[in-house]
Design a protein around this ligand. Structure first.
Ligand SMILES: [Zn+2]
Length: 147
C-alpha cells in the first residue's frame, strides 16, 4: 500500500476526503473508497465487501479488505458496528442506531428520531463513555412469512 497517487486522482473528491480524514491517498485506498461511495448507504462486512470489490474488478486479499475497512473506521470514514461475533462497517457517518434482522443477519439504519438511553452507567474508574449503540433486534411476526 505504498504506491502514491499520480495524475488525475490526486485532486479528486475522494483524495480530498481521505486527506481530510488524515489518510494518505494511495491508488488502492482510492479504489476502495470509490467502491464504498458508489454503493451508497449500507452496511458492509469484510466478506461482503471483499466480494463487492471483486465484482468491481479489484482483487484484494480478505485481510487487506479488513485492514482497510478498520483503517477507514479508525479515521471516521466508516462506523464500526460490532454485534455478536460479527463486525459491520456502516457507510452512514451521522450518529444513528440500527435494526438487526435475526433471521437474515441484515443490519439497517433506524431513520428519523433515534431511540435514547436514559440511564447510562458510570464508567469504570479511569474510563470515559464515548458512545452508546442501540441495536433493535427483529424477527418476522407472520408465521407463514418467508424465512
Ligand atoms: Zn448504519
Amino acid at each position: 500500500m505504498s504506491d502514491s497517487v499520480d495524475g488525475d486522482d490526486h485532486g479528486s473528491e475522494d483524495a480530498v476526503l481521505l486527506r481530510r480524514a488524515g489518510i494518505r491517498p494511495t491508488r488502492q485506498r482510492l479504489a476502495v473508497l470509490r467502491t464504498i461511495r458508489t454503493g451508497g448507504r449500507r452496511h458492509l462486512t469484510p466478506e461482503s465487501f471483499h466480494q463487492e470489490l471483486a465484482d468491481a474488478g479489484l482483487r484484494l486479499s480478505l485481510a487487506t479488505v479488513y485492514n482497510t475497512l478498520n483503517h477507514f473506521a479508525g479515521h471516521g470514514l466508516l462506523r464500526r458496528v460490532g454485534f455478536c461475533d460479527r463486525t459491520y462497517f456502516c457507510t452512514h457517518a451521522a450518529p444513528h442506531h440500527h435494526f438487526y434482522d435475526e433471521a437474515t443477519g441484515r443490519l439497517e439504519d433506524i431513520d428519523g428520531p433515534q431511540p435514547g438511553v436514559t440511564l447510562v452507567p458510570a464508567p469504570p474508574e479511569g474510563m470515559e463513555v464515548v458512545g452508546v449503540e442501540i441495536i433493535v433486534r427483529l424477527r418476522r411476526t407472520d408465521p407463514s412469512g418467508a424465512e
